[in-house]
Unconditional design. Sequence first.
Length: 74
Amino acid sequence: MKTLKDIKVGKTAVVRRLYGEGPVKRRIMDMGITKGVEIYVRKVAPLGDPIELTVRGYELSLRKEDAEMIEVEP
């Protein structure tokens, strides 16, 4: 299983499944990250947190812990 955290900078991945429960999962979904959405990884901070993404034309920052809850297909 690959998570969003494993995707390299400059690559695109498609969301397969979201893990987590309650407010954490809701926060991820409120960003527009849902099953079937294409995510482009723009930049990763030197220590790996945060990860900057482009989702549905919007630029977002996501914490590393949240990125581990998003299963992707490269």
